[in-house]
Design a protein around this ligand. Structure first.
Ligand code: FE2
Length: 291
């Protein structure tokens, strides 16, 4: 039945909360298709009351969106090789994750992850994950600032050193997206592919990272959604549409907030971030080649 949802959606400041579905149970194909389309439309789905899901099942759900790709250190306590297990306790999972700056996941990849899925296996009393809607953030920029950001390309501090546009269009929705990581950027390049192309100085790069941080946390603060975890929460996010950061309280010790265990899975990206103008040029080249 097209458009019929076997669950209800309640809007959140970013995305929607989902009730009335148990993801631990097998889901028919039309429900899977509906969830996928809702993730693209709403960008963040928060499924409540999912109990404690096995790593195996989280991996299965993640694979609705494509091939899994896990790039991080495998913690010995992780229930599955594709589950990245994070915690506030070293023996239980990787610590200090998501705290180096606002980012999308896999910004260092040729194609950043398309989706990130999060399940809180042990829920502490404090420690939000905060999400930033990139389309609205880019849309809020004054014309001069947007034009300047539009000229910037980021260089990751990890492998895959090709420059990626800071601003580009989301490959599925066409909305404004950003390829960024405020804690893992080596530098910016101005005006890639033009005669004005040049690498930003270290001071310029630091100022630009501060500027982006300021926009997200000050002028766009009202746009953010700070997710307070409840036991049983399972989140599916459109990683290209949302920036995020783990709140400082996620690192508070076990004795103070209880044990935090989060299982994260990531789906291999299928799109290299590209500016629309470059995409057009590429298509024209392909057409010329085919002709
Ligand atoms: Fe992250």
């Amino acid at each position: 039945m097209a458009g019929h949802r076997p669950y209800t959606l309640t809007p959140l400041p970013v995305g929607a909360e989902v009730h009335g579905i148990q993801l631990q149970q097998p889901q028919p194909d039309e429900v899977v298709q509906q969830i996928k389309s809702d993730v693209t439309k709403h960008r963040l789905l928060v499924f409540r009351d999912q109990g404690i899901m096995s790593g195996e099942r989280q991996v299965e759900i993640s694979s609705w969106f494509g091939e899994l790709e896990s790039t991080f250190y495998k913690h010995p306590s992780s229930p599955h090789p594709d589950v990245f297990r994070v915690s506030n306790e070293r023996a239980e999972g990787c610590t200090d994750v998501g705290r180096t700056g606002w980012h999308i996941d896999g910004s260092f990849q040729t194609a950043p992850f398309s989706h990130s899925l999060y399940h809180i296996v042990s829920c502490p009393t404090q420690g939000d994950t905060v999400f930033a809607p990139l389309h609205e953030i880019v849309g809020s920029l004054p014309a001069e600032q947007r034009a300047r950001w539009d000229r910037l390309w980021m260089l990751s501090d990890r492998r895959h050193r090709q420059a990626k546009p800071l601003l580009y269009e989301h490959p599925l929705s066409g909305q404004d997206a950003m390829c960024f990581h405020l804690g893992m950027t080596d530098g910016f390049v101005w005006d890639v592919g033009t005669q004005q192309q040049r690498v930003a100085s270290g001071a310029e790069t630091r100022a630009l990272l501060d500027e982006i941080h300021g926009v997200i946390t000050s002028s766009c603060r009202h746009l953010l959604y700070s997710h307070k975890w409840r036991p049983g929460d399972f989140i599916i996010s459109d990683n290209l549409a949302l920036g995020h950061e783990a709140a400082p309280e996620t690192q508070l010790p076990l004795e103070q907030v209880g044990l935090r265990i989060m299982h994260r899975t990531t789906v291999k990206g299928q799109h290299i971030p590209r500016k629309r103008q470059f995409q057009r040029e590429l298509q024209e080249q392909q057409q010329a080649g085919a002709g």
